[in-house]
Design a protein around this ligand. Structure first.
Ligand code: MN3
Length: 193
């Protein structure tokens, strides 16, 4: 079962100048593509050779090289959909209610998520998830870590690997996170909730 690089849900220059065409050419066309290619090389000789569910591989694979490729494929596919050129602003709809219930107000949530993303040491991801008890939470995962392994349902994510922002912002991760807040797709979050 071979996996495929998903098409971006918008044109390659649609997020510019916040996230440039060049960043997406590398991040989607090179980095994400490499995870998919490597995953497809590793799968045939693994116990997942006949598994077509990426979720199942991400949940069941032992930590290691195959897990890393599968989870990075999952995470990036989810990240592209977490962004939209028409995004940003405060959350709307049911996810706004869930955020208010969990954090008190949107500003407190925004601060908490920004701290998780900006304060992440090394490579990883910041997520808004729906936890097993139904409440929403901010979580950070390291490297290829994916919340579905912990039974949490991701709503939106911010990739804080350096490759996500180095072309546009060099080492200024906080500037990239500001841009993320102007692109975050709340409709997608509501679909996931
Ligand atoms: Mn990435």
């Amino acid at each position: 079962m071979a996996f495929e690089l998903p098409k971006l849900p918008y044109s390659i220059d649609a997020l510019a100048p916040k996230i440039s065409k060049e960043t997406l050419e590398f991040h989607h066309g090179k980095h994400h593509n490499a995870y998919v290619t490597r995953l497809n090389e590793l799968l045939p000789s693994s116990r997942f050779a006949n598994v077509s569910s990426l979720d199942q591989i991400v949940k069941e694979a032992e930590p290691g090289v195959l897990f890393n490729q599968a989870a990075q494929h999952w995470n990036h596919s989810f990240y592209w959909k977490s962004l939209t050129p028409k995004g940003g602003g405060e959350a709307r709809g049911p996810v706004a209610d869930a955020i208010k219930k969990a954090f008190g107000d949107f500003g407190t949530f925004k601060q908490k998520f920004t701290e998780a993303a900006a304060g992440h040491f090394g490579s990883g991801w910041a997520w808004l998830v729906r936890d097993k008890d139904g409440s929403v939470k901010v979580v950070a995962t390291h490297d290829a870590g994916c919340p579905i392994r912990d039974g949490q349902k991701p709503l939106v994510t911010c990739d804080v690997w350096e490759h996500a922002y180095y072309i546009d912002y060099r080492n200024a991760r906080p500037k990239y996170i500001e841009a993320w807040w102007e692109l975050v797709n709340w409709e997608f979050a509501n679909e996931n909730l």
